[in-house]
Design a protein around this ligand. Structure first.
Ligand SMILES: [Zn+2]
Length: 125
């Protein structure tokens, strides 16, 4: 697959030296029924999935590139572009990769970890 693992998102060290390598960046996702149930702003390690009648509609996250914008990814295959989300053991995988149009950040979410990408020649990192 044509992608490079540039770096994992940096976590803050708690100063105790006891890292938890098995702890993913994202918490287990919040499921809500409607777009309007998603706050305008939330923590960067939170994910919101809008799901109604067992149909997933939106994935919402805060851009991990510090631009502070909320990203809204369509999960409905009736609209384009469309992403797929797999939630397994509370860990979230999203594909294809995510491009934040405003700031140009390009990354993958795999098992609730952020993997930065340089595909398309992004030079932000
Ligand atoms: Zn951004």
């Amino acid at each position: 697959m044509n992608r490079m693992k540039k770096r994992k998102f940096e976590r803050k060290d708690n100063g105790k030296g006891a890292k938890k390598p098995s702890q993913p960046f994202y918490q287990s996702p919040h499921f809500v029924e409607s777009f309007v149930d998603v706050p305008d702003r939330f923590e960067k390690n939170e994910l919101y999935i809008v799901e109604r009648n067992r149909k997933r509609k939106w994935l919402m996250l805060m851009c991990p590139n510090d631009c502070g914008r909320r990203l809204e990814l369509n999960l409905m295959d009736s609209k384009m572009p469309c992403w797929k989300v797999v939630v397994r053991q509370k860990k979230v995988t999203v594909y294809p990769s995510i491009v934040a149009e405003r700031c140009g950040a390009h990354f993958w979410i795999e098992r609730s970890e952020i993997i930065w990408s340089h595909v398309n020649g992004d030079t932000l990192f």
